[in-house]
Design a protein around this ligand. Sequence first.
Ligand code: MG
Length: 365
Amino acid sequence: MAKKVIILGATGSIGLNAIDVIRSHRDEYDIVALAARSSKEKCEELAREFGASSYVGDDAALRAVGENEADICLVSTVGLSGLRPTLDAIDKGMDIALATKEVLVMAGELVTQAAKRKGVRFLPVDSEHSAIFQCLPHSQDVCALSPSDTSSISKLILTASGGPFLDAPEDLSKVTVKEALNHPRWKMGPKVTIDSSTMMNKGFEILEARWLFDVPVEKIDVVIHPESIVHSLVTFCDGSTLAQLSPPDMRVAIQYALSCPRRLPAKREELDLSKIGSLNFRKPDEKRFPALSLVKEASAKGGVAPAVLAAADEWAVENFIKGKIRYTDIASIVSKCLEKAPENACDSVEAVFEACGWVERFLKT
Ligand code: MG
């Protein structure tokens, strides 16, 4: 029987790639609902193609989850707007294919606890986490979030392309929006592209991995790998390291999230290492890209600090895109917010939204 799928953020880059994957496997998947915040026409056109319901507007994701039953809910909305619909989908017993990393960054404990309680599976869509997931032993029902997967892990190693400014001149304060949006390897939405250029995206991925695989932040490393062929690695306690490799195409990870532990055929470019010749790796420069240290600071602080980090970053990136602040202000704004963040526990959805509200108020004054 075809798996029923709901796609939240259907007209964004992950959503469209997911739809492309499903288009080549119509007998395996049945899209029951598509939700988009805007892009009404596109969403309706896709809904017609798949015989799905279309939801558009600010509450589209919530309604799509509330009014439909499905096996898998793909969450690929932008930012924190994915939190409530994710919790609702878990509550309805749907497996979660998660692309919106902010959901785990800001409310990791809440969301993973809820998933464990309900016994739903968490399926990583982010290429790095999919790579780690593919390197870990797992069966039909043992998936990410299962502690039995992680006891033998000595280290998770996330790869990072380094973004457009890896070898740029020292002073990044004059970087323009256009330059920051020009990612060398991946075509993604504007928020995640800017986050990639500052390495905040990689920082978020550390926290995402921390919750997905139940591994402490101290055991998660980042290595710069400009070719984006090795998508991440796992070092086990016996000294063995496994990696997942593929040409940079997000449909590989999306498809595996939908099909795992099965592998479905796909007409896609295959890896040819002899053509690539060499793969390079180097240490990230945390001085030029302070995002990684900021994330570790937020994680050590705990409570709502990671939520404050993500909300401050969302605010800063939005204002950078609007031309209101400089590129280098993004990190300093996040840092300032972290420093003054309230020391509240992160034990409810309300606590997360309260932390976001605090950031808004703090940055307005
Ligand atoms: Mg990623």
